[in-house]
Ligand binder design. Structure first.
Ligand code: MN
Length: 206
């Protein structure tokens, strides 16, 4: 039986050089994070999609479908969240500052000011217990922004709530440089935010 339609995932190139985020995120971290972790999620997602294809075709008859689907979810999300994370940062000196455009308007409307939004997003990021992500998403139903924390790689595919801003809080994202000082990594990450990318993500939804 021929089955079509299962995608193969790609490791897309970084939008800047490995050392472009220094001094806020070291070259070593970007190297291990991209060539180790991110590539691993992409490759594992593809291996698991082959396995799922085998299950669909009937070639694989002994399997734990829940386990396979859970692993697929983890790895596809890993691949997609990391692509968003890289593109949501800009090289040192070119990122940071404050947003403009419609994103600034929405932030001001909902949070009163950028500084209050930044404080709340930082608090949310720092409240995440261990491995996970902090996100700003757009809720199409309410035409509102929402700050979310995600544990592990799960629960990010909330329907109709696409990502605007994204921060990786896995230890591999900061430990080589910041050790247990995750809050310092979070504080420095603000210097790298690519607000043009965030604005483009929002404008796609408006
Ligand atoms: Mn990561």
């Amino acid at each position: 039986m021929e089955i079509e339609g299962l995608h193969k995932y790609e490791l897309r190139p970084l939008p800047y050089s490995m050392d472009a985020l220094e001094p806020y995120i070291s070259k070593d971290i970007v190297d291990v994070h991209y060539n180790g972790h991110h590539k691993g999620y992409v490759n594992t997602a593809n291996t698991l999609m082959d396995r799922l294809n085998g299950i669909i075709k009937g070639d694989v008859t002994s399997y734990d479908l829940h386990g396979v689907l859970r692993a697929i979810t983890f790895n596809i999300n890993g691949a997609k969240l990391h692509e968003a994370y890289w593109n949501n940062m800009a090289p040192s000196g070119k990122g940071g500052g404050t947003p403009g455009g419609k994103l600034a308007d929405l932030i001001n409307k909902q949070y009163g000011s950028f500084d209050r939004f930044k404080k709340l997003f930082t608090e949310a990021a720092n409240s995440n217990p261990g491995t996970g992500w902090a996100l700003l998403v757009y809720d199409r139903e309410n035409s509102n922004l929402q700050i979310l924390t995600i544990e592990n790689h799960f629960m990010n595919h909330i329907a109709e709530m696409p990502t605007i801003l994204i921060l990786d809080e896995f230890e591999h994202a900061y430990y080589l440089q910041y050790k247990n000082k995750r809050a310092d990594y979070v504080a420095n990450w603000w210097n790298l935010v690519n607000w043009d990318d965030a604005e483009k993500r929002l404008e796609k939804e408006l």
